[in-house]
Design a protein around this ligand. Sequence first.
Ligand code: HEM
Length: 498
Amino acid sequence: MEIWSFLTFLLVGILILKYLKQLWSSRNYPPGPFQLPFIGGLWRIGRTFNRDTFTKLAKQYGNIFTIWVGSYPVVVLSGYQAVKEGLINHAEEFGERPVTPTTKAMCKKRGIMTTNGHTWRQQRWFGQATLRKLGLGKKYAEHVIEEEALGIVEVFARTKGHPIDPVVPMTSAIFKVICGVIWGNQFYPSEEENQKIIEHLATFVKFGDSIFYVLYEMFPRLMEHFSTPLSSAIAKIDKAISLLKQEIAKHKEHEMQHDPQDFSDFYLYQIEKTKSDPDSTFNEDNLAQCILEFLAAGTETTASALQWALLRMATHPDIQDKVHKEMEESLGTSQSICYQDRKKLPYTNAVIHEVVRAKYVFPLGVARRTTKDVTMYGYSIPKRTIVLADLASVLLDRKQWETPEEFNPNHFLDKDGHFVAREEFLPFGAGTRVCPGEQLARMELFLFFTHLMRAFRFQFPEETGEMTKAPVLGFTFHPQPYKICAIPRSDSSQEKLK
Ligand code: HEM
């Protein structure tokens, strides 16, 4: 009995000492909620992420604060000045991604989003340069987007003004754009294969939203002994990767490498070119991971932004009519719309930017990690600390935006109605890890939105009650499910606008 009492005292003593050591070592970090044993400052967050919590914490502790997740410090940057100071002025020091138990198990140090160092530099440089080539240089992506935008106009036209939930058609059209950029038009995976990949990705996203994700990050060794959704999520990711590898093999059979047409052609050519370089990280494992990341990062984000856009147009018919009128006056009878046309459509362009600002789809971006000890605003942030840039706080920053809580396209217009690019507009992050798909996403948003606005007036079905405004947090912030009517624009309605 005595030995058990002694061991219990010893264990409690060790835990108390560990806890006190943690409290002591946290004294130089930016301030934050009091740390309780085991859970740290998580008691202030609750089970699900809520924007107001971060706003309240920034108000209480300032624009840089620390939340302890168990014994791990997470430093949060809030508001434009702090995010700019961190991600742009300290770009190198804040330039890594955390390597956590989950990212290691799922991404296996491949691809762009969760890698660091040499692999990240090579994959990122190549990925970004190729997306740019396909998008802006050859106008290839623009062509793919236009086709899908016309496709979705057809889907809405077939509803003949009856209510439709836009989520599935919108997500599938955006998914196809990314597929078109990756695989080209000729060698497209079948609908069935695409569906399987979408399902595998959904399981992964669901795991990311669950409490098991947090528990696994905090206590990986302990959680390995339990059957959790992590093992199923890893299995799904592995299945998605093997499906993508089958597609890569089919692509190779067509020997397009010497006249590259799409992302996989360019990548396969790069593997060939660098095969005798011992430092090359170009291989099919990394290619499959990059493709998976483009599909995951590029689909729900853009589709959510477009869902918000339709919702906003239905709640602001005056703005919707102004957009349509500008398009009629500036584009006239021109059949096709191209990305360059945004210069002729300052109001429409401002509306699209305002949708993305006011309904940030990726509120906390993707976590960063410090590459060395950093001093910021007088606080010491040690090497390898996890940092979150609260991008939503930048897009809603009262010091930067005239009416941050309102949907106000004037945020992006000068007094003469010219479009103004704002440096506080950071929905794609900033610095060395800024979203490499930004150009593609901007093109998609512009072309999908304008094609839809030209063809339809969007309004809620008559029976729609009060809409719940709170967004749903999944991989992104997206609207609560809703139905909308796409009423074809008739000549008479166009006349009325004039
Ligand atoms: C509206 C659409 C999109 C939004 C709002 C968005 C937002 C973001 C944000 C906030 C980050 C983190 C940036 C940072 O750490 O500073 C990111 C990273 C990333 N995004 Fe996007 N994104 C969008 C579309 C896309 C598309 C279309 C693709 C690819 C086809 C893409 C691929 C990626 C990748 C690979 C990363 C990781 C970059 C790295 O770690 O170096 N995203 N995105």
